[in-house]
Design a protein around this ligand. Structure first.
Ligand code: MGD
Ligand code: MGD
Ligand code: SF4
Ligand code: MO
Length: 734
């Protein structure tokens, strides 16, 4: 068979690089960066380069699996869906719909299926038991954006390619390739920033690869970023460095709140000298353009929402919000500009049954899912759907959740692997690998440092017995909402979207007849017709022929390397959905939470704290089964500073016992001055090799589960987000 080439957006991280795949004999035999990709220009990392191994992994499930007791057997799709229908139906019949729960894992934001169907599946469930990886990740940022801008999805990203000053906290894009800031070749963009004379300052308890690339690295005590940023805010006020802030309410309230957080007040808590904090403020204010960007180390922390808020407070006060080179709002190809105001954002519309935790964006904190399964009473979870998630390893308290999953009356997982979580399912529905799935990034256009539009058709046709993940989720929606297996769950969505556009005077199809427009949609599947509709009605769409040269699915098919839509453009006030149509810089829920922060000033900080870390050749819990990525020495080590190691009697390559609120594990010690004294670091996503799993390579590189130590009970109260960094631990030689 001759070799062919196909282009595919990489789904393995938020950088969304364009891959050039070599295909022979219906298999991916090679992958390199697509030099012509309008966004990634040929960049690739070891994960993308290994995608062929992921596709051909012999442990990947290739047909639906049904479990009878301890025995798994392969089944056809109809049979598997029949078992799911019966399983979910019986639980709903016995206990009501509130007994059904859904957990959505991270790859849902990396698949077209997740982008189009996860939301409708959640709504179809008819239960408030909705959980996702968002509450162990970025929920604080959604809440701060929701409160400031009225829209939890309006997340400003640093204008990486134009900024002259970047202050980065709690992110390590040289390993992660970036998050809530989609930037293919993040490392190259940082180097370009420095080459053009810009400044990069990294705040991180570890001297990471990103920190080593920076002009300055400021080690900070874990969990203290809100203090540092408040110190910056205070300095901006006291030194008269605040820029004009038209269209912003609450500046004076922020000034008042900042009074307790002068650099001298916070320096101790942060472990950063007051002079450094003041210098940051002066530099941010003086730079021709500057952006503050903060990520997982600051979100998954005790003051996650306050920190996320203060990041944008500094961006606003230095005049950098929404200006080129500052922090800007992307406009994705499938979105339309807003109207400039809306209903605003609210949380706590309901509360979790057991712990009384507030709903945020329709979700409950994932760390309380185990409580909801294990605690008897009305509304107890008795059946669970997981889609692309491995909460047993990803969540604090995940080990207890694992036990709880065994207690469910029914569980179904959409996942390609039989892993620590899915082994508890009764049915596993495996999606085909990326090369056989169409792709468009629904999530990352909202977060990208440049506006582009790229569509990847399936590079290889589905094999016999495979079902596209869009079709899998559509069938689950039909089942959950009590419709026939063959029901068209997309038609109502398309009708709704089109109806809204036709009624909207600002839409290019205003007043047109749906019967005339519907036949114009292209796409082999309902999912692709939906995508076509979204593109054609989107900000750069062809408006069904009314905008010459506009986007459509067909136009993207004709552009295999994507369409460049240019650098980010200012979007205020159009992007706002606050009732006032203004930025609310000091929303009451945040102002109230500042008293908790103030309380923390007096707290004595002794003892060790645990933080996480990421490695370039890994991805959360699920790429450890690829030999090409796990080769080499053990990466699941506990990093300990030499001073701490000496004091505790820990030797390099020895074993340490690590105890936190969540429990105790034993991990290999790596003595290194990369971590600051008082801080130990362990990556997450490890702890493989359990009975009943089918990931043979991962089992041979098992590592230990960091989340067996983290605490499921401590949350950031405004977002319900778990605290994964700055976790108090005791460490001793094992
Ligand atoms: N201690 C600690 N814990 C953490 C973190 C941390 O920094 N420290 N980070 C947190 C973060 S940021 C996140 S996002 C979460 C992740 O939490 P989860 O999303 O629960 O976990 P993942 O490990 O990403 O699991 C992804 C699952 O999706 C499956 N999968 C892969 N591709 C596909 C696909 O195309 N379709 C489907 N249906 N399934 C697929 C994989 O087999 C795997 O089972 O973990 C969190 N946990
Ligand atoms: N290679 C690889 N890439 C990934 C992933 C992966 O697992 N592996 N996961 C993907 C996912 S789901 C996500 S969400 C993103 C995350 O992307 P990033 O946010 O870049 O995540 P990390 O690389 O973990 O970097 C977090 C940094 O925060 C630091 N830190 C910890 N605590 C604190 C603190 O209190 N304050 C400050 N200032 N810093 C702190 C840590 O030392 C670490 O260097 O990465 C994505 N990309
Ligand atoms: S950086 Fe991310 S998107 Fe790019 S090749 Fe690597 S894993 Fe894929
Ligand atoms: Mo994440």
């Amino acid at each position: 068979m001759p070799e062919t080439t196909a282009y595919r957006i990489c789904p393995l991280c938020e950088a969304t690089c364009g891959l050039e795949l070599t295909i022979s004999d219906g298999r991916v035999t090679g992958a390199r960066g697509d030099g012509a990709d309008v966004f990634s220009h040929g960049f690739i990392c070891p994960k993308g380069a290994t995608i062929g191994e992921l596709e051909d992994d012999p442990d990947r499930l290739r047909s639906p699996m049904v479990r009878d007791g301890d025995h798994w057997r392969e089944a056809g799709w109809d049979e598997a869906f029949a078992v799911v229908r019966r399983g979910l139906g019986e639980v709903a019949g016995r206990h009501g719909r509130q007994a059904l729960a859904l957990y959505l894992g991270n790859p849902n934001v990396h698949t077209l299926a997740g982008g189009l169907y996860a939301g409708p599946l959640a709504r179809a469930l008819g239960s408030t038991h909705l959980y996702s990886a968002s509450t162990v990740d970025q929920m604080p940022k959604h809440v701060s954006s929701g409160l400031l801008f009225g829209d939890p999805l309006a997340i400003p990203v640093p204008d990486l390619d134009r900024t002259s000053y970047l202050l980065m906290l709690g992110a390590n894009p040289l390993e992660s390739n970036g998050s809530l800031c989609t930037a293919a070749d993040f490392p190259g963009r940082l180097k370009a920033l420095r080459r053009r004379g810009g400044t990069l300052v990294v705040v991180d308890p570890r001297r990471t690869r990103t920190a080593r690339l920076a002009d300055r690295h400021l080690p900070i005590r874990p969990g203290a970023d809100a203090y540092l940023l408040f110190g910056v805010v205070r300095t901006l006020f006291t030194e008269g460095l605040v820029a004009d802030t038209p269209g912003v309410d609450g500046v004076a309230d922020v000034e008042r709140l900042s009074r307790d957080f002068a650099p001298e007040d916070v320096a101790d808590v942060c472990g950063v000298p007051a002079g450094e904090i003041r210098r940051l403020a002066r530099e941010l204010a003086a730079a021709p353009s500057a952006a503050v960007y903060a990520r997982i180390g600051t979100c998954t922390a005790e003051f996650g929402t306050l920190t996320s808020w203060l990041v944008d407070v500094v961006n606003v006060l230095t005049g950098n919000l929404d200006r080129p080179g500052g922090a800007m709002f992307p406009l994705a190809p499938h979105r339309r500009p807003g109207t400039g105001n809306g209903r605003g954002f609210r949380t706590g519309r309901w509360h979790s049954r057991v712990r009384g935790l507030p709903e945020v964006r329709g979700e409950l904190p994932a760390t309380t899912l185990a409580d909801e399964i294990l605690t008897p009473g009305e509304g107890r979870v008795r059946a669970l759907i997981t889609v692309a998630g491995n909460p047993v390893l990803s969540l604090p308290g995940g080990e207890r959740l694992g036990d709880a999953l065994g207690d469910l009356e029914f569980m179904v997982s959409v996942d390609p692997y039989l892993n620590e979580t899915t082994r508890h399912a009764h049915v596993i529905l495996p999606p085909p690998p990326p090369s056989r799935s169409p792709h468009f990034d629904i999530a990352f256009g909202d977060l990208a440092v440049r506006n582009t539009a790229r569509y990847s058709p399936p590079a290889i046709p589905l094999r016999d017995g495979e079902l596209d993940e869009c079709a899998i989720l559509a069938r689950l929606i039909a089942i959950v909402s009590g419709q026939d297996a063959g029901a068209d769950v997309d038609e109502p969505v398309i009708a709704h979207l089109l109806g809204k556009a036709i009624a909207d005077p600002s839409s290019p199809v205003h007043g047109r007849d749906p019967a005339e427009l519907l036949p114009l949609l292209t796409g082999e599947t309902p999912a692709l017709r939906r995508l076509d509709l979204m593109l054609r009605l989107g900000a750069y769409g062809d408006g069904f022929g009314t905008v010459p040269g506009g986007l459509s699915l067909a136009a993207l098919r004709d552009a295999p390397h994507g369409v460049d839509l240019g650098p980010l453009k200012p979007r205020l006030p159009e992007v706002l959905r606050t009732p006032s149509g203004r930025v609310d810089l000091c929303p009451p829920p945040l102002a109230e939470d500042v008293s908790r922060l103030r309380g923390g000033l007096a707290r004595r900080r002794t003892g060790l704290v645990l933080i996480g870390r990421r490695h370039l050749r890994s991805n959360n819990s699920w790429l450890h089964n690829l030999p090409g990525l796990v080769r080499g020495s053990n990466r699941c080590t506990l990093q300990v500073h030499p001073e701490d190691a000496g004091r505790l009697g820990l030797a390099d390559a020895g074993t340490a016992k690590v105890t936190g609120a969540g429990g105790t594990i034993e991990a290999e010690v790596e003595v290194t001055d990369e971590v600051m004294p008082g801080v130990v670091s362990l990556p997450h996503g490890w702890g493989h090799g359990r009975p009943g799993t089918r990931m043979s390579v991962a089992a041979a590189h098992a590592g230990v589960n960091a989340n067996a130590v983290t605490d499921p009970l401590t949350l950031d109260p405004l977002s319900g987000n778990a605290v994964l960094n700055g976790v108090p631990v005791e460490v001793q030689p094992a």
